[in-house]
Design a protein around this ligand. Structure first.
Ligand SMILES: Cc1cc2nc3c(=O)[nH]c(=O)nc-3n(C[C@H](O)[C@H](O)[C@H](O)COP(=O)(O)O)c2cc1C
Length: 186
């Protein structure tokens, strides 16, 4: 009936919404790194956890500035997001390289990416080593959305808005048609 999965276990937990973590770095640059291992954690305070590889320059930048923007980009930005995750801010200025237009944040120092659908401004409130990685806990200080892309229930997927779900490697999905479960089916 079941067989052992031959891929990496976490592929079975994908696709996952991808955020692009924006930070300010010791080299005085803003830097942006996609992270698909992220999840909301609590409502009070509003927190999001993001897994950061210690090799990523973003780890150094988060430890340096203690703040971030979590940028949610459109499905159409798949190449940009993949590219941002294929090079390190330690080696190049990603803002210049990818001609990123930035937008000032209202509650934190790191800027956001202007073309984002939404930006969560956030402050680092915890950091935990887990295996080879670090789990960063961010408190969301402000959640902003681009005008017209969301109502209070979230993004308007039925109206052409779509986000990036990372499957594995270079594969991504968008969100498909909405299904409504019955309030009570039994
Ligand atoms: C779609 C996508 C999702 C990724 N998710 C994560 C993640 O959750 N955590 C992580 O540490 N790296 C993740 N990566 C890898 C980093 O984005 C990549 O190592 C990046 O180049 C680090 O940039 P930096 O050195 O400028 O911080 C992901 C890459 C891609 C393309």
């Amino acid at each position: 009936m079941f067989e052992e999965f031959s891929g990496k276990f976490y592929y079975l937990l994908h696709p996952r919404p991808t955020v692009v973590v924006g930070s300010l770095c010791p080299n005085n640059r803003a830097n942006f790194m996609p992270a698909s291992w992220n999840t909301p954690v609590s409502e009070e305070p509003p927190t999001v956890a993001v897994v950061v590889d210690p090799q990523a320059y973003t780890k150094e930048c988060l430890d340096f500035c203690g703040e971030a923007t979590l940028n949610i980009l459109e499905l159409g930005d798949v190449q940009l997001v993949y590219d941002l995750g294929s090079v390190s801010g330690r080696d190049i200025d990603k803002v210049l390289k990818f001609k990123l237009e930035l937008v000032e944040s209202t509650t934190v120092k790191p800027p956001g990416i202007a073309r984002s659908l939404a930006i969560l401004e956030s402050k680092v409130i915890g950091k935990y080593p887990v295996g080879e990685a670090y789990l960063y806990i961010f408190e969301v200080t402000k959640a902003r959305v681009r005008e017209g892309v969301a109502d209070r229930f979230g993004f308007l997927f039925n109206e052409g808005v779509n986000i990036l779900l990372h499957a594995s490697g270079r594969y991504f999905y968008g969100v498909g048609s909405r299904r409504l479960a019955l309030k009570k089916s039994v």
